[in-house]
Design a protein around this ligand. Structure first.
Ligand SMILES: [Zn+2]
Length: 294
């Protein structure tokens, strides 16, 4: 199916706004990662303090059994508290990001459609939003997964601390291992957040399409960071709204999406060409939101 000029514009704008949404979310994710770095540094400082205050042989701790118990307890407390705090703050912040990205996905769709069509803008039902955000996959939702991930990190850290206290490893080695564990911690958070953002955005996208009587959708793999064959095979194909071939996201960090194809009455006043490509952007969307009390 060949897209008309107006449908092609609609596709481009949808991708442009989705990209903006991913960029905004990425900034928020990076803020979460700063807290993790701080936790890592606190633990590393504790370890070097211990090296300075206690007896060492060849850069390895040489502790009495009482000292071992005391230091283990202290370090495990630092680890457990850090992870407890990360669970709480990451769950809160990711929930916030999911709400924001989901709502903006829904309303950017409305905005783009409003450029070329007069229609009644429907508000997102809170129940629908929450149902999409809290949806479980294989029995778990994102907050369960954050909890699982952090417990795994805590276990790995406690294990390294145990070896350190028992004199089985030196400061250099444990520092390196702890940095690796925290790098994996950051990667997991990023992957989880990005995958969930894509899932929630697509959930709201789907809800929006049904709300607005969309009949046809175009599969777009344009924003997918690494288009695999699985995703690439559908790119550019048009499907009946109730015959979407796969549920998205298809893989972690997948950014594929089904773009609504507006019907023939869609006629934007301004086509996005070289002269006016700045007339349709995030700021105009912001103004539109204000005007419509969104
Ligand atoms: Zn994909």
């Amino acid at each position: 199916m060949k897209l008309s000029k107006d449908q092609e514009l609609y596709r481009q704008l949808t991708e442009q706004f989705a990209e903006e949404l991913y960029n905004l979310a990425e900034k928020d994710i990076n803020k979460i990662l700063l807290l993790q770095k701080n936790d890592r540094d606190i633990l590393l400082v504790e370890l070097s303090k211990i090296m300075m205050h206690y007896n060492t042989t060849d850069n390895v701790l040489n502790l009495s059994s009482t000292e071992k118990v005391k230091i283990s307890n202290k370090l495990n407390k630092v680890i457990n508290e850090a992870m407890k705090e990360e669970i709480k703050s990451e769950t809160d912040k990711i929930t916030e990001i999911l709400k924001k990205s989901g709502l903006d996905k829904y309303y950017t769709n409305s905005y783009i459609l409003s450029l070329g069509l007069i229609f009644t803008i429907k508000k997102v039902d809170d129940k629908v939003l929450n149902r999409i955000i809290k949806k479980t996959i294989k029995g778990k939702n994102y907050s369960d997964r954050i909890w699982d991930n952090k417990n795994k990190v805590a276990k790995l850290l406690r294990n390294e601390v145990k070896k350190f206290v028992n004199g089985e490893t030196n400061l250099n080695k444990i520092e390196k291992l702890i940095k690796n564990i925290f790098n994996a911690n950051a990667y997991n958070t990023k992957r989880l957040a990005q995958t969930e953002i894509a899932r929630v955005m697509e959930g709201l996208n789907d809800a929006w399409q049904w709300e607005n009587d969309i009949k046809w959708v175009l599969y777009s793999a344009t924003l997918d960071m690494k288009t695999c064959n699985d995703c690439g095979q559908y790119d550019g194909l048009v499907f009946d709204i109730d015959k979407k071939p796969v549920e998205l996201p298809k893989h972690p960090m997948c950014r594929c999406t089904y773009i609504a194809l507006p019907h023939k009455g869609y006629r934007p006043k301004t086509r996005r060409d070289n002269e006016n490509k700045h007339s349709v952007n995030w700021t105009t969307y912001g103004k539109w939101k204000e005007e419509n009390n969104i």
